[in-house]
Design a protein around this ligand. Structure first.
Ligand SMILES: *Cc1c(COP(=O)(O)O)cnc(C)c1O
Length: 465
């Protein structure tokens, strides 16, 4: 399998190359040159398979040339063996039509573990036997940081430096990062907000002197391997609900468009998906883009669903490329225009290409709270605010009522106890496996929010090349 850039002007890479590179050299994102396709028989066979076996079948074509099926199976077994539920991503029925796909049984209680646990395994595998050393630098407002740290803690050939805004992440989120004491984990509390932390990370990547001394890598969802790992659970859920004989719809709480793009990939591979519902909070750039072609960023309104509080959805570029004719040069021009003016119109091909599969909705805080109450009172399910945004949208979706609708449950409610308690009166407890989080020792360094201070801190501890 070969990987090409959405902007048409970067090296064509194999799976290993695309995984280690993250972003393409022309500023674009890597996508497979062509989508593998699954026959109806191949989909029907998935119904009886475990999560790991499903993962091997679904991902094998994407890693061809870089990993054998047996190697892939070993990595998947290691990644998903750490989940607290034997089904890995269990489906839970909540009424005659609606289902929850629980993606939060990984070590840090958010769906990002599904992709990052595998990415950690892939990094270690591709670095082993080489003298390469990876320096991962990231900034986090919450969930990504802990999932990435857990995925690479203690792995050979990797150091991770994670910046978080001091005092501006929740206690659970901070402790999930700072209580990981492996020597290759470096937590940095920045005296500033998330945007400041992110700007410092960008400045390190863009500084030729600094970046040239190390092999820098990013772990945000621009990495193709993360999206690939998320394609698996669409197949897994649909097969259990009767695919390919039955079509299934999915409702996805969306921020950076990574999770729902994985659904688009599943559809491209032949999975009969009736509709992909892009559910946003009041930060609705994606809802506006999909419903009226207007992709223009406004300032972010902070909400109870911080992982969806975004201005720009980096993975949306992959959809525009794929449904807009796969014209890298044209898309490079369109994206340059967007970067200059913070606004663009989708082309007719892009709008029409998306309309066949996607629907969208923007959900406010009141409707979110109502969905949490409904799930708690009518189905005995305490759900997190992000999941509630998607469930609220799912219940309003106009669709043939015989089609099952699966809402992706992206976080454990105990990650957001205050919002859950406000809506339902129930304060969700941390699962027993991390119940001692507040007794564990914390380790982090506080660093001034300047390029000199932070890059100096990293340079002292990172390993070249
Ligand atoms: C990251 C995240 C999302 C958004 O997923 P994207 O792939 O960025 O669209 C939704 N819910 C939770 C809990 C998350 O952590």
């Amino acid at each position: 399998m070969r990987y090409i850039s959405t902007r048409g002007n970067a090296a064509v890479l194999d799976f290993e190359g695309a995984t280690l590179a993250g972003l393409a050299g022309d500023g674009g994102l890597y996508v497979p040159e062509a989508w593998p396709s699954f026959t109806r028989d191949a989909i029907a066979e998935l119904a009886g398979l475990s999560y790991v076996e499903t993962a091997v079948r679904v991902m094998a074509p994407f890693v061809a040339g870089s990993l054998s099926e047996d190697e892939l199976r070993d990595l998947c077994s290691a990644a998903y063996g750490r989940f607290a539920h034997d089904a890995v991503t269990p489906l839970v029925q909540i009424d005659q039509r609606h289902w929850l796909l629980e993606l939060f049984h990984g070590p840090t209680l958010a769906f990002k573990d599904v992709a990052l646990q595998l990415l950690g395994q892939l990094f270690e595998r591709f670095l082993s036997g080489t003298d390469r050393h990876l320096t991962i630098i990231g900034a986090t407002s919450g969930d990504t940081g802990s999932a990435a740290i857990d995925a690479v803690a203690g792995r050979k050939g990797i150091d991770i430096f994670m910046l978080h805004p001091a005092g501006r992440v929740s206690d659970v989120q901070r402790r999930q990062m700072t209580t990981v004491l492996a020597p290759n984990v470096h937590n940095i509390a920045i005296d500033g907000d998330f945007d400041t932390a992110q700007a410092l990370v960008k400045a390190m990547f863009n500084d030729r002197d600094f970046a040239g001394r190390f092999t820098l890598s990013a772990v945000n969802s621009i990495n193709w391997a993360r999206l690939m790992a998320q394609v698996v659970y669409y197949f897994y859920a649909a097969a259990r609900l009767g695919a390919p004989e039955r079509t299934v719809a999915f409702s996805v709480p969306t921020g950076n468009f990574g999770d729902v793009f994985a659904g688009h990939v599943a559809a491209r591979m032949g999975l009969p998906i009736a509709r992909l519902l892009v559910a946003t909070n009041v930060n609705d750039i994606l809802h506006r883009a999909l419903s009226s072609g207007d992709y223009s960023s406004a300032s972010v309104t902070p909400t109870a669903t911080p992982s969806m509080d975004i201005q720009v959805s980096s993975n949306f570029e992959r959809l525009l490329f794929d449904v807009g004719g796969r014209d890298g040069a044209a898309l490079a021009g369109q994206m340059a225009g967007f970067e200059a003016s913070k606004a663009m119109r989708l082309t007719n091909a892009q709008t029409q290409g998306a309309a066949g599969l996607f629907a969208s909705a923007s959900v406010d805080g009141e409707a979110m709270a109502q969905a949490m109450r409904w799930a708690s009172e009518r189905a005995g399910q305490v759900i997190d605010p992000h999941t509630a945004i998607a469930l609220s949208a799912a219940r309003e979706l106009e669709l043939d009522p015989t089609i099952p609708v699966v809402t992706l449950a992206t976080a454990h409610p105990a990650k957001f106890p205050d919002a859950v308690e406000r809506a339902t009166g129930v304060r969700p407890a941390l699962p027993a496996r991390i119940g001692d989080l507040f007794e564990r020792e914390e380790r982090f360094d506080s660093v001034a929010a300047t390029f000199e201070a932070v890059s100096g801190y990293v340079a002292e501890r990172a390993v070249a090349p």
